[in-house]
Design a protein around this ligand. Structure first.
Ligand code: DAT
Ligand code: MG
Length: 150
């Protein structure tokens, strides 16, 4: 158990369906802390780097075509065990098998168009954060009380 930062991305289907706000709300509600946020239509190069681990899979070309088809919202979230916590919020890959209450369980009916990506381990998270946020993330801690009064 320890503090981790994980990479999360709302895919083009999630952006087009207007689910970005709902998705961010779930991570905030859980207690994770948003440390980076960026909307971008991924270049072919960025998409291929991100999904390089799947380059030999039969679905790879469709996956690249999908992820470069429009804007995505890339985020970094920090918290204790943030990688597995985020994966639990997201749910398993196939939306039809994902339990209600998870993002994929609530919003997805497909395995490819499954709304959201989350890093699957520490090495993956480090790689993906460096890829999408080469400038690094924002160092901050929450202190709501001091913001309520001037
Ligand atoms: P996850 O996104 O749950 O970590 P993954 O890493 O195995 O899943 O696969 C990456 C993405 O590739 C996944 O979100 C959707 C797509 N994908 C995976 N398996 C697929 C399949 N059998 N057919 C079509 N797309 C698939
Ligand atoms: Mg994965």
């Amino acid at each position: 158990m320890g503090m981790q930062t994980t990479f999360v991305m709302v895919k083009p289907d999630g952006v087009q369906r207007g689910l970005v706000g709902n998705i961010i709300q779930r991570f905030e509600n859980k207690g994770l802390r948003l440390v980076a946020l960026r909307q971008i239509t991924p270049s072919l190069e960025l998409a291929e780097s991100h999904y390089a681990v799947h380059s030999e899979r039969p679905f790879y070309s469709g996956l690249i075509e999908f992820i470069t088809s429009g804007p995505v919202v890339a985020m970094a979230w920090t918290g204790v065990d943030a990688i597995s916590v985020a994966r639990n919020i997201i749910g398993p890959t196939n939306g039809r098998e994902a339990a209600p209450g998870t993002i994929r369980g609530d919003f997805a009916m497909d395995i490819g168009h499954n709304i959201i990506h989350g890093s699957d381990g520490e090495d993956t998270a480090a790689f993906e954060l460096g890829l999408w946020f080469p400038e690094g993330v924002i160092e901050w801690t929450r202190d709501a009380e001091s913001q309520i009064y001037e």
